[in-house]
Design a protein around this ligand. Structure first.
Ligand SMILES: Cc1ncc(COP(=O)(O)O)c(C=O)c1O
Length: 426
């Protein structure tokens, strides 16, 4: 009876989905979006079924989801949470807790790229650390190892590396700087899920790494994030901080109850904390999404290589992102940086693309060190941020996602060709 009702729900959702989301390219009204949903009726059915159980708050499904994610990409522990921004906050909060071993302390400097998202930086401030901005390389878009080395001071205790747009950083160079100056490595991989360096997943090179499951990313749990680490105690501290600072979700409860025998173990609070929990329905959709990730990334790689070879004829006008040597780029988007020329600027080409139904966006948010929020907190800028500025002022990107079909890719190329013809720039 129950099974029968479930199968009717499944059927109705599948039919509704295929009738309303056919994802076909409409030649009469072409639209090429930056993102299309990575989920379909499979995930909606899983989500709905989980809702119907009424087990919705963090529990068994979340645990299964984080174990599967960690196992699939070579991490020991995964601590999921409600966004990539929360994942950054969670790992930095755990690393700055006074009861974490080899912790970071208030006032310690942490070197990070100026070309990054706001919530790489804000959790650094929120945890009492000082961000030190450095410039990126114009070819990879990633933090320039020479600039990292120049930025190290006696106060520097960590590097916060960010693989930009799916492109892994030169991890050999970064790790050797860490070793030379005794620095901790933390990785914000929120836009680089599935990327590898020398065959090893990003997020596994430092003490802890973060990923985002936001709607527009490689896979989604609507909103969501995960911290990955091989450090058991750090994972436990993240489980504590994720949920109010109590021990409810730790694996080794005894460690804490023995230390604090006078408290009800169900209501034992051992660190300050937040509520950054993800929910069971989100995890149930995430379990399905994980199985789709590799396929999506293959499609992104193939789309990016198609664009790259077609647009190479315009390399007098654009510079492109170069994939780091020995790395697999999981291509968050397809970025362009407009070179100085006599025919057009970035805003003109973006307007032309948008008028023709092709969505564009800035590359991340450009140089985040230029944003007014920086007036509100202590930070240091090491050297000039010329490449980050250039990318902010002249960069844009288009979608490269799994749902682009051959017709939409051909259409994008045609619109570029028309633009260059109209500008008489070819
Ligand atoms: C580098 C980086 N860090 C953090 C985030 C924040 O992730 P979320 O949107 O899931 O909070 C993003 C979002 O795109 C990002 O690109």
């Amino acid at each position: 009876m129950k099974e029968n009702k479930y199968s009717k729900i499944e059927q109705a959702i599948s039919e509704y989905w295929s009738e309303n989301h056919n994802n076909k390219f409409d030649v009469s009204s072409p639209v090429v979006r930056l993102h299309e949903p990575t989920f379909n009726s499979d995930e909606i059915i899983a989500f709905t079924k989980q809702m119907l159980t009424t087990n919705v708050t963090m529990g068994k499904t979340v645990k299964e989801f984080e174990e599967k994610y960690a196992r699939s990409y070579g991490y020991k522990y995964g601590v999921s949470n409600n966004s990539g921004s929360s994942a950054n906050l969670l790992m930095l909060s755990a690393l700055t807790s006074s009861i974490t071993e080899n912790n970071l302390k208030k006032g310690d400097e942490i070197i990070l790229p100026a070309l990054t998202w706001s919530t790489t930086v804000w959790p650094v401030i929120q945890c009492g650390l000082i961000p030190v901005y450095i410039d990126c390389e114009l070819d990879t878009f990633n933090m320039d190892p020479d600039k990292i080395e120049e930025a190290v001071s006696s106060k520097t205790k960590a590097i916060f590396s960010v693989p930009i747009y799916g492109n892994p950083c030169n991890m050999d160079a970064i790790l050797s700087i860490c070793e030379k100056h005794n620095l901790m490595l933390i990785e914000d991989c929120c836009e680089s899920m599935g990327a590898t360096y020398k065959g090893k997943s990003v997020g596994s090179f430092g003490r802890v790494g973060s990923f985002s499951f936001y709607y527009s990313h490689h896979i989604t749990t609507l909103e969501g994030g995960i911290c990955v680490t091989d450090d058991f105690d750090l994972a436990e501290m993240m489980r504590i901080i994720r949920a109010h600072g109590w021990i409810r979700q730790v694996e080794d409860k005894e460690k804490w109850t023995k230390k604090h025998p006078d408290f009800d173990p169900k209501f034992l609070f051992v660190n300050e904390g937040y509520n950054l929990r993800i929910t069971e329905p989100q995890a149930s959709m995430g379990l399905i999404q994980i199985d789709k990730l590799d396929g999506f990334i293959e499609k992104r790689i193939s789309n990016a290589s198609n664009y790259r070879s077609s647009f190479s004829k315009y390399s007098d006008f654009f510079s492109f992102q170069e994939t780091t040597k020995d790395a697999k780029n999981s291509h968050f988007g397809f970025p362009f940086v407009v070179k100085k020329n006599n025919f057009f600027n970035r805003d003109e080409i973006c307007k032309y693309l948008n008028d023709n139904g092709i969505e564009t966006r800035p590359i991340i948010a450009g140089n985040i060190a230029r944003q007014p929020a920086n007036n509100l907190f202590d930070h240091r800028i090491s050297g000039k941020l010329l490449n980050s500025d250039n990318i902010m002022d002249n960069g844009f990107s288009i979608g490269v996602h799994q749902s682009l079909c051959a017709e939409s890719i051909e259409y994008v190329k045609e619109v570029f060709d028309n633009f260059f013809k109209e500008r008489k720039a070819n």
